[in-house]
Design a protein around this ligand. Structure first.
Ligand SMILES: Cc1cc2nc3c(=O)[nH]c(=O)nc-3n(C[C@H](O)[C@H](O)[C@H](O)COP(=O)(O)O)c2cc1C
Length: 408
């Protein structure tokens, strides 16, 4: 009898991913920075929020659909961009097929292992993610390629501070897969034969960044691309206003934690922001994104679409984020665990878990649509919220200090 690959929760998908992947690959997905305070808080904070279910007058039918970033979604979950390398041979194409099958949008990282054209062909509404990398002209050419491939929205991710060390160790990722590195990785492949077999059937992964090509040159290696990013001077708000003007569709700034930054994102014309700490991969001890959400929604929620990512592992987490004012959430590790556990079917399995968990929450809370979820549907501990960036005297803003010191 064929083995039953179906899993019941995201936690089980993660256990299977851990069993299936070589330790270094599993570690690359787990990621997180420094002590992992933010990584853990992103998930722990959801557990602090209580549900308040009704028992009668519950809705017989629930509408989970919504529309964000100019895209209709069958339920308010979007695939977050992740620079996936070597998790599954079909990589982002498998994820995009799963997104298409379940009626949601796919966001593709510019560090993805598959070309944007191949991912677009899977048929899911596509968002393309950029970092501020390579300078204006290079970025404009990359946007042009994404536009030609059919991307509907751009996500600009700015919450990466190049702080990579972590107490549980960083996986060693080879620059290229060569005979030498294969020999080095053989012990890992022997302990994970299923994972190695998948690749041997479909070809050894290419650790390059095919979407960062801007001409006829070959795709840069992952580390070559990372070097370009590190050596690019960081963007000013003026650069971001320029970037906004390069794209006539929706654009989202991902990585907002502070009220002042949220307001500036509105000022430069962003159509959406994601309250995010890069899944605990930015500065460690940044508060969980769900703790920051309510104040940011109160400040800019009527001017811009506010999304959230970080720590979503259950449909109930999606309901909690919506009740606190998010229009939709993005998921990262949840789908990566599904991909590693069972390819496209594993990602569909994760999406089904989130969808049915959300439906149960909406039902139990007595709402007939995701748009009716309210803060009063939750018990919120008095010290739950965190508020950042509200008390900055404009004269002390980083820009003003730099200008005063003559640096800029
Ligand atoms: C392995 C890994 C790679 C990531 N790569 C990117 C990336 O290339 N671009 C990006 O905008 N965010 C990236 N992120 C952040 C995710 O888009 C998202 O913000 C985060 O995973 C959400 O937290 P969650 O994993 O708890 O859902 C990455 C996250 C992980 C775990």
């Amino acid at each position: 009898m064929a083995k039953n690959e179906w899993f019941e929760t995201v936690a089980e998908a993660q256990r299977r991913a851990k069993r299936r992947l070589p330790a270094s690959v599993y570690g690359a997905l787990l990621a997180g920075s420094e002590k992992g305070v933010t990584y853990a808080d992103n998930m722990a904070a959801f557990s602090e929020l209580g549900m308040s279910p009704h028992v009668a007058d519950l809705p017989a039918r629930r509408d989970l659909s919504t529309s964000v970033l100019g895209t209709d979604l069958s339920f308010p979950v979007i695939i977050s961009p992740t620079g996936v390398q070597a998790v599954h041979p079909d990589g982002e194409v498998a994820v995009a097929r799963a997104a298409a099958a379940r009626g949601i949008a796919m966001s593709l990282s510019s560090f993805a292992s598959k070309p944007v054209e191949e991912v677009a062909a899977a048929g899911a509404p596509l968002h393309y993610q950029v970092y501020w990398q390579g300078g204006r002209e290079t970025i404009a050419r990359r946007l042009e390629r994404a536009r030609a491939a059919g991307a509907r929205a751009i996500i600009v991710t700015l919450d990466w501070s190049f702080s990579n060390g972590r107490d549980w160790g960083s996986p060693r990722i080879p620059e290229r897969i060569t005979l030498k590195t294969m020999v080095e990785y053989i012990p890992a492949a022997i302990t994970r034969p299923g994972w190695a077999y998948r690749f041997l059937r479909q070809g050894i992964p290419d650790l390059s960044a095919p979407n960062l090509v801007v001409g006829d040159e070959p795709a840069p290696t992952f580390f070559g691309a990372y070097g370009e990013w590190m050596s690019t001077p960081p963007p000013t708000w003026e650069d971001l206003a320029w970037l906004r003007a390069q794209w006539d569709g929706p654009m989202m700034l991902k990585g907002i934690t502070r009220l002042d930054d949220a307001r500036r994102a509105v000022d430069v014309g962003m159509s959406a922001i994601s309250v995010s700490n890069h899944g605990g991969n930015n500065l460690d001890s940044t508060p969980a994104s769900i703790r920051l959400l309510p104040d940011i929604v109160d400040a800019v929620g009527s001017d811009v679409e506010v999304l959230l990512d970080g720590g979503i592992r259950r449909g109930g987490d999606v309901a909690k984020a919506l009740a606190l004012g998010a229009k939709a959430v993005l998921i990262g590790r949840a789908y990566l665990w599904g991909l590693a556990a069972n390819g496209q079917a594993g990602v569909e399995n994760v999406l089904d878990i989130l969808r049915s968990g959300l439906d149960s929450a909406v039902y139990g809370l007595g709402r007939s649509s995701v748009h009716e979820l309210r803060r009063s549907d939750l018990w919120i501990p008095p010290d739950f919220r965190r508020r950042l960036g509200d008390d900055v005297d404009p004269a002390e803003s980083p820009q003003a200090v730099l200008a005063a010191s003559g640096t800029r």
